[in-house]
Design a binder for this molecule. Structure first.
Ligand code: PMP
Length: 316
């Protein structure tokens, strides 16, 4: 179990900074009984200029609002205001490398009807950067991702995470590090808390939005690829296709970009350190701490473009 707070920790609760040990929530809340709440996972980093910066805070708080509205939850906060509050929360807790968790929740209500107000808590705790680079052993889950005809799959809703917990626990009980879930059509969807990309011949592939939470890290990876000329295709694909990949990775706010060594019994054959995926991992690591991406990186895409051209020329 993590140590998320101690007797000095403060959180922000409905307009005030409160000691975590003294904060109260209503046990009659509709959120507690039915998993009806929305949340975010945000990271702050101590940057190369030794400043503490929240990574993409606008994207995260905008998504929190969209998630609440998708679930018909009243939302009265403003992104700019929440970003200021979050910086203040980090200062009050003396946090630099942190994980930030806002949760919008409902008042006491045992019925299924709409509420007239929502509440907001923002918590933060220390999250040291991951050291080392152990590749994940991943298991194809027996659990599917929630069907978008049953849930607002684009919303980051607490109730969806029962699915994530079941899948992750199943994978760990079977000796794996993490699960990979398929969608209702048996195409590859995502991890319990991260999106997936695979690499084949220097090109990247990732499932399109629709049956996944379209992550902010996923969008950042797409931006990195666009900038450096790496070709990315969004498409549906099967586990069999994924198993023919050279390399693969998960990406998410907490996981950042993390390589997958194997899926079930299939090992991805490329040397991780020589993959485009690893270069994207490094570029992401630089981006979050606002450090210049090394010049060689921008040449990666070009090198692959030339390589693809050569292959195409050979085929012609
Ligand atoms: N999918 C799921 C199910 C998630 O919980 C997360 C983490 N929020 C992601 C993908 C990645 O999203 P992001 O990059 O915005 O953290």
């Amino acid at each position: 179990m993590g140590s998320y707070y101690n007797s000095n920790t403060v959180l922000w609760l409905n307009g005030a900074f409160v000691k975590a040990t003294e904060a109260k929530m209503d046990f009659y809340s509709q959120s507690f009984h039915y998993g009806y709440a929305v949340f975010e996972g945000i990271r702050s980093y101590s940057t190369s200029a030794a400043e503490t910066k929240i990574f993409k805070p606008v994207d995260h708080y905008d998504r929190l609002q969209k998630s609440a509205l998708a679930l018909n939850m009243p939302y009265t906060w403003n992104t700019g205001e929440l970003i200021e509050i979050t910086y203040e929360l980090l200062r009050k807790n003396n946090l630099q490398n942190a994980y930030i968790r806002p949760v919008v929740y409902a008042p006491a209500n045992m019925k299924f009807d709409k509420n007239h107000e929502s509440f907001l808590v923002i918590e933060a705790w220390e999250m040291d950067p991951f050291l080392g680079e152990k590749l994940l052993r991943v298991m194809t889950s027996s659990f599917q991702r929630p069907n978008p005809k049953g849930f607002k799959i684009n919303a980051k809703a607490t109730g969806h995470y029962v699915n994530s917990i079941l899948a992750s626990q199943e994978a760990k009980a079977n000796g794996y590090d993490e699960a990979l879930l398929l969608d209702m059509n048996n195409n590859v969807a995502e991890a319990p808390g991260a999106n997936l990309f695979y690499e084949k011949d220097g090109k990247l592939f990732t499932p399109p939005p629709g049956n996944i939470l379209p992550g902010i890290t996923r969008a950042t990876v797409l931006e990195i690829c666009n900038k450096s000329g790496i070709v990315v295709t969004e498409k549906f694909f099967s586990v069999d296709e994924l198993k023919k990949a050279d390399a693969a990775f998960f990406c998410g706010t907490a996981a950042e970009v993390i390589g997958i060594g194997s899926l079930d019994d299939t090992k991805f054959p490329s040397d991780w350190n020589k993959t485009v995926s690893k270069q994207i991992r490094d570029a992401y690591k630089h981006l979050v701490i606002e450090k210049e991406v090394p010049d060689t990186f921008h040449k990666t895409g070009e090198a692959y473009k030339n390589r693809t051209q050569n292959v195409e020329e050979k085929m012609a």
